[in-house]
Ligand binder design. Structure first.
Ligand SMILES: [Zn+2]
Length: 319
């Protein structure tokens, strides 16, 4: 009797573990192919307003279309904006359609940037915005800064997560935003949020920036110091990765504060709760060696699976 019981119990455990790994199945092949392309030399480091950056945006636009996402704004995935620089100083940002006739300051340059945004309409209007930044540092001193981890990894993760939730309908509306110009001050995220209709519907920002390069199997979910109410959905995640909390308390002497380190700060400033997923800085951070070859592919896939579980938990936990 006891043996039978144990047999049935282990069978049930086995079944449920099969089910849970099936449940978090992501298209890793598609994601790895995409991250490899985004980080390739041909995109020349995706520097803001450079041809490789535009090519990356075009690729993301096509991918969102292919995945069957709904365009976010009037039939288009791409949200372009103009930016005015006075010499090296950043001036201001405004919509592409605005006239430039009144900008007569000599020495000013205008550059065009653009976010790529798609969505999956949920059963409710309340929205979770998932972000990764499409730009990186471009070419400096003749060297390509490929930015595989920073942040081709977060950008390509958007595709896998979107594909997953196309197959597992969410309750919340999910907005997927590949934002531009993070490396020069989160201009893209800023423009995105300033021009967001019904901002009050956003209940959470999940920001992914550098989720593919760590050899300790550790990923941080940062932001709970500010938003402790977001903790519970992160507590019952199964993953080979150790999920750590922190890097969000300005008084913590041991861990530097990441609250303002990436695009999530734009949401935080508007009092929109965020969870930032990222790894500790590593030897390839902001170096030409941040390449596809130096990423940890297995870690990356596990990190994205973990993030999918987190989003799924938040989707059922939040109102
Ligand atoms: Zn980054």
């Amino acid at each position: 009797m006891k043996t039978n019981f144990l047999f049935i119990l282990s069978f049930l455990i086995l079944m449920s573990s099969c089910k849970s790994s099936e449940k978090n199945k992501i298209d890793e092949k598609m994601m790895l192919k995409a991250v490899k392309f985004l980080a390739s030399d041909s995109l020349e480091g995706r520097g803001f307003s450079k041809p490789g950056n535009y090519e990356a945006a075009k690729f993301i636009d096509n991918k969102f279309n292919e995945l069957g996402l709904e365009p976010f704004l009037g039939g288009s995935f791409t949200q372009q904006f103009k930016y005015q620089f006075s010499g090296k100083k950043r001036q201001r940002m405004f919509p592409l359609k605005d006239s430039i006739a009144n900008l007569s300051n000599t020495g000013d340059t205008l550059v065009i940037g653009g976010n790529v945004i798609g969505k999956i309409s949920g059963k409710i209007k309340k929205t979770i915005v998932i972000t990764g930044h499409l730009d990186h540092l471009g070419i400096k001193n003749g060297k390509i800064y490929n930015g595989a981890d920073d942040d081709a990894s977060g950008t390509a993760a958007l595709f896998a997560i979107a594909k997953y939730f196309k197959q597992h309908s969410p309750k919340h509306t999910l907005v997927f935003a590949a934002v531009d110009a993070e490396e020069i001050g989160s201009l893209g995220a800023d423009y995105f949020l300033k021009n967001y209709p019904n901002k009050e519907n956003i209940v959470l920002n999940i920001n992914m920036d550098m989720i593919a390069n760590n050899n300790k199997q550790q990923l941080y979910a940062s932001g709970l110091f500010h938003y402790p109410q977001l903790k519970q959905p992160l507590e019952n995640i199964t993953s080979p990765i150790t999920l750590l909390f922190g890097h969000d308390n300005p008084d913590d002497k041991n861990l530097d504060d990441w609250t303002f380190s990436s695009d999530h700060r734009i949401f935080h400033k508007e009092k929109i709760p965020f969870i930032y997923f990222g790894v500790e800085d590593h030897k390839d951070y902001h170096k030409p060696t941040d390449t596809f070859e130096n990423m940890n592919q297995e870690f990356y896939v596990d990190a994205v699976k973990l993030i999918v579980q987190a989003i799924e938990n938040y989707d059922s936990y939040l109102n």
